[in-house]
Design a protein around this ligand. Structure first.
Ligand code: IVH
Length: 696
């Protein structure tokens, strides 16, 4: 019996994996979804009853990876570069030289400018250059690393050198193969794009809305947000897919990029079916145009075509300009535009009380995504530039992950009878009279319309708390807009310091809708962890006027403590390099307000540390240049960078003779070789800590 069962498991695993490939790679399913689900459930049931029979390559394992405590750095052995851009021009564009001028110029060069593949190759240029044209997939760049054909890790692009390890989430994506057929021995790095299936994206958004959650703005950000989650349960069930598009390192035996793609497909990767080999730039132009014509019907988003020289030897001869290869061009399509009706204008009140107009549109599909609202920027744009009337037909455009915007009104008969869009007199949230301020004396048309009820206006309160808890500031995981709204409505939170008292109300929190003991514990842990955020993050979180990331860093370096910043005079603030007088005045006014001082004192009493930078600016690292490479045992790249900068050192991206130290972790790549070549001292994390004067 047990042998029969084992044979059944073997058959189910092989069959399910085969159907997975048919579905995800070849787009040619042989069985309906319900049949697949039935086989899947049968396998799950046997594995649950007889864990000993569960095979490592079982498709059920995809859903079994466990949450991680934090996203670890993911070092790229070979940096992930970017692509040079070209654009399909539209008539009326002042740079017009035909729609495909940038492609022609890329191949042939322009007499008055250098560049051009032919010019670069000179005598070596073949009569016909062969290319591969691929869709430029508008998703999230990813590198997957295999060892002897087994998936070992995967990470995001990050700054090109180091991204984030998101293996746990990649394992939930059916088109990410866990083991490869016929892979080369040893290491293989495959790069590609993680994307949302648009139909699935729309369904997921509708379900979110039905549950009272916020819709995702666009598939690209939703994919990025999903992949950064610590708990893979969230990624599971989201309709994500992965297309392989390039080799992270040379693939042995391949002479052309097309062969690389064919090999990927044979190994079990999904390779985009619209990739085309082309002989000469005229064929490229035809393929690029055909791709654009099909764009609106594709089940995922693309924002252009990537054109690559096919011959790998030619690629080698062409090489790189700064951060991009000469042998590839990202040819971008103009943003998708459509017409729809303006139903109304919503006035949204931000953290600082600024009131901005948002167009409420008759929902319309643009490039596969349904758009319901669009930015109108400000009063000047809405009234003077667009001259908007309620009920107008408007043209909207959407490009990648930027917020859609209204670009013009489409002339129509009878629009004279419509009423012009205008700002209200009173704050739409608290009813306080709005005030008009000049934001820039040189631009009198740029009036800033604000609700001055800073502390009493609920919209400002919510926005200020969201900003406080957000990723770039105190980074309190799990404390998003919906939960804050609920906590405000229940009277649990009205100012930031209340967040640090939430642990006193654990029982009440557990009793809230959609909360459970575990999620409350996670939230309280995240709140506790946020007490250790650096001073500069705290300064940004407080919402001090004009204090963004770089000013906050300047302040933290100069004053080294929250009290010192609070007590600094305008002169002392103005003396800080990088801080201009109006900013200094704004900071002083903010901390002169007793309500703000008291709030900071409450935060400190409740344990928020506003951690100052590591060592005085005059410490041993003054003027020294560091380069980081590989994965350090306990520090993330950002942490190491912050420690070096805090001690007056600099961090650079590449090793040169001017580098003072290379800090190397595990899996250090070419930078280590280069440092050794140049005789640059190489230290590890412990060495870095020692330089910083920490006892180790
Ligand atoms: S090849 C040396 N092919 O575009 C560059 N990239 O600006 C190798 N992208 O983040 C990249 N579709 O992830 C390549 N078919 C495609 C692509 C593609 C989208 C992304 C890529 C990168 C960005 C480059």
């Amino acid at each position: 019996m047990s042998d029969d069962r084992r044979a059944r498991v073997d058959w189910l695993v092989a069959e399910l994996n085969r159907h997975n490939r048919l579905y995800h790679e070849q787009n040619a399913p042989e069985i309906p979804d319900w049949e697949y689900d039935r086989l899947f459930r049968e396998l799950e049931a046997i594995e649950a009853a007889h864990p000993g029979l569960a095979r490592p390559d079982s498709p059920t394992r995809r859903v079994g990876s466990s949450p991680v405590a934090e996203l670890r750095p993911f070092a790229h052995e070979v940096p992930m570069l970017s692509l040079q851009n070209g654009y399909r021009r539209e008539e009326g564009d002042h740079t017009w030289g035909g729609p495909y001028e940038d492609l022609l110029e890329w191949e042939r060069g322009k007499p008055e400018r250098l560049g051009g593949l032919r010019r670069q190759l000179g005598e070596d240029a073949p009569a016909t250059i062969h290319y591969v044209v691929e869709p430029k997939l508008d998703g999230l760049a990813m590198e997957l690393v295999y060892d002897n054909g087994k998936l070992v890790a995967g990470g995001t692009r990050g700054d090109g050198e180091t991204g984030e390890d998101v293996t746990h989430n990649l394992l939930t994506i059916a088109s990410v193969p866990r083991s490869l057929r016929g892979a080369p021995e040893g290491r293989l790095a495959v790069r590609g794009e993680v994307l949302f299936d648009l139909g699935g994206f729309e369904r997921m958004n509708n379900e979110r809305e039905a549950r009272g959650e916020k819709r995702f703005e666009n598939p690209r950000n939703a994919a990025a947000g999903t992949m950064r989650q610590l708990d893979p349960e969230l990624a599971r069930g989201r309709p994500l897919m992965f297309f392989a598009h390039s080799a992270g390192e040379k693939l042995p035996g391949a002479a052309t990029h097309g062969e690389v793609l064919d090999r990927f497909a044979a190994m079990g990767f999904a390779v985009n079916p619209l990739n085309r080999r082309c002989a000469g730039i005229e064929q490229v132009i035809a393929a690029v145009a055909e791709l654009e014509a099909r764009r609106a019907d594709l089940p995922y988003e693309i924002d252009g075509a990537v054109v690559k020289v096919d011959d790998l030897a030619l690629q080698g001869a062409l090489g790189f300009v700064t951060r991009s290869p000469r042998w590839a061009l990202a040819f971008k399509y103009p943003p998708a535009k459509v017409h729809t009706r303006l139903n109304s204008v919503l006035f949204s009140v931000g953290r600082t009380g600024a009131v901005t107009p948002v167009a409420q549109l008759e929902p319309v599909r643009v490039g596969g995504v349904t758009v319901r609202n669009a930015s109108l920027h400000n009063e000047h744009q809405m009234v003077r530039v667009l001259g908007l009337r309620l009920g107008d037909t408007v043209e909207i455009q959407r490009a990648g992950d930027v917020i859609p915007e209204v670009v013009r009104v489409v002339p129509s008969v009878g629009r004279d009878g419509l009423s012009p869009a205008a700002y209200p007199e009173a704050c739409p949230d608290c009813g306080h009279a709005l005030v008009r301020e000049l934001s820039d004396p040189k631009k009198p048309e740029m009036v800033l319309i604000r609700c001055p009820n800073t502390l009493g206006c609920p919209a400002q309160r919510l926005a200020a708390l969201r900003h406080f808890a957000a990723r770039g500031t105190m980074d309190i995981e799990g404390l998003g807009e919906k939960l804050l709204e609920l906590l405000i409505a229940r009277g649990f939170v009205s100012r930031p310091s209340d967040i640090y008292r939430l642990h006193e109300r654990r029982e009440e929190l557990v009793a809230l809708d959609r909360m459970g003991a575990l999620s409350v514990q996670n939230l309280l842990d995240a709140i506790e962890a946020s007490k250790q955020r650096p001073l500069e993050r705290g300064l940004m979180a407080l919402g001090v006027p004009s204090v963004g990331e770089s000013t906050a860093k300047d302040l933290a370096r100069a004053f080294r403590g929250i009290e010192a910043v609070m007590d600094a005079s305008v002169e002392a603030l103005d003396a800080v390099p990088g801080i201009a007088e109006p900013t200094a005045v704004g900071i002083r006014e903010f901390f002169a307000d007793a309500r703000n001082r008291e709030e900071v004192e409450r935060l400190c009493t409740l344990g928020v540390a506003f951690v100052p930078p590591a060592a005085p600016a005059s410490a041993s690292l003054g003027g020294k240049t560091f380069v980081l490479t590989g994965t350090l045992p306990t520090l993330s790249r950002d942490q190491a960078k912050a420690m070096i900068e805090g001690a007056g050192g600099k961090v650079s991206g590449s090793v040169s003779k001017k580098t003072d130290f290379l800090v190397a972790g595990t899996e250090a790549g070419s930078k280590l070789d280069r440092a050794q070549e140049l005789g640059v001292p190489v230290i590890d994390e412990q060495g870095l800590r020692a330089l910083l004067g920490e006892s180790t």
